[in-house]
Design a protein around this ligand. Structure first.
Ligand SMILES: C[S@@+](CC[C@H](N)C(=O)[O-])C[C@H]1O[C@@H](n2cnc3c(N)ncnc32)[C@H](O)[C@@H]1O
Length: 272
């Protein structure tokens, strides 16, 4: 989970071409997380993309799911990953070419999708809305581009569900509250269903997965960032933070660490 922290580096106004490698590493780590894989598999199964369908992957990152969608719709279909970060887009293009995937990638913004109204059969949007100050506008855009009967899957983390244990619950609460200050829309996971309904779409199914950190290792980069944030905001003294760090390290040593955050998924369709 160290790699799943809600970094502002994914926000388009913070794009730094020099810092693409850490973002790619973070996305690769997320790709490997069993919880992410299970939620993706569930959502893909629920959407059931068919041969020849037209698909948009909004905020495609390195394109892992774009390639999976391209495989599902076959050579007669078309899958476009919309990715505003030029560095991530280049990696996505390279990986698709290396795999012989038909997935294509284009610049664009979730708030103004590069597709005519009613032109898309399937929209996929994973862990993007948490980075947007106006996620409801992005969901309205997805509803606009979907044809009647078209399907959408939104997947996103809800950072307020972060659990860190063991330790004094009050101290742990102060620590995990740091995760909420990192994303533009940290409660994204719980808002998905309401946003889809508000956009006039019909919710079909909902799923979730806890993304678990290995119980023997400590996600120090993330925990240190949370500790700095809690001390900086006056929620913890340095002494209490350091005592909490020591307790977490000792718990990891004996295989007793619990660290997780919950990711939610919702599938919906545009009424005929
Ligand atoms: C955490 S990554 C998720 C990438 C990919 N969907 C995945 O699940 O592996 C967030 C992605 O959203 C993209 N993004 C940020 N703001 C965006 C916007 N306004 N429109 C479209 N994509 C955006 C970022 O460049 C980044 O690729």
């Amino acid at each position: 989970m160290a790699q799943t922290r809600p970094g502002s580096a994914f926000q388009t106004r913070h794009i730094d071409p020099e810092r693409v490698a850490p973002l790619v590493a973070a996305l690769d780590a997320q790709d490997a997380n069993p919880g992410v894989r299970r939620l993706r598999a569930w959502a893909l199964d629920a959407l059931a993309p068919r041969d020849g369908e037209r698909v948009l992957d909004v905020g495609a990152g390195t394109g892992t799911e774009t390639r999976a969608l391209a495989a599902a719709v076959g050579p007669a279909g078309s899958v476009t990953g919309v990715e505003p970060n030029p560095g991530l887009r280049a990696v996505a293009q390279e990986r698709a070419a290396a795999e012989g995937s038909t997935a294509r990638f284009t610049d664009g913004d979730a708030l103004a999708l590069p597709a005519p109204g009613g032109s898309v059969d399937v929209v996929w949007c994973e862990r993007v809305l948490q980075h947007l100050a106006r996620p409801e506008q992005a969901v309205a855009e997805m509803a606009r581009v979907l044809r009647p009967g078209g399907r959408v899957a939104l997947l996103d983390t809800d950072w307020a569900t972060t659990i860190l244990h063991p330790g004094d619950p009050e101290v742990m609460r102060a620590l995990v509250s740091g995760a909420l200050t990192q994303a533009a829309n940290p409660y994204s996971g719980r808002r998905l269903v309401g946003q889809l309904s508000a956009a006039g779409l019909v919710v079909d199914d909902r799923g979730s997965q806890a993304l678990l950190q290995d119980h023997r290792t400590v996600a120090w980069p993330l925990i240190r960032m949370l500790g700095e944030s809690a001390v900086g905001r006056g929620l913890l003294t340095e002494d209490r933070r350091d005592a909490a760090f020591a307790e977490l390290a000792e718990a990891a040593e004996r295989g007793a660490l619990h660290m997780s955050v919950t990711m939610f998924g919702v599938t919906a369709h545009r009424p005929e």
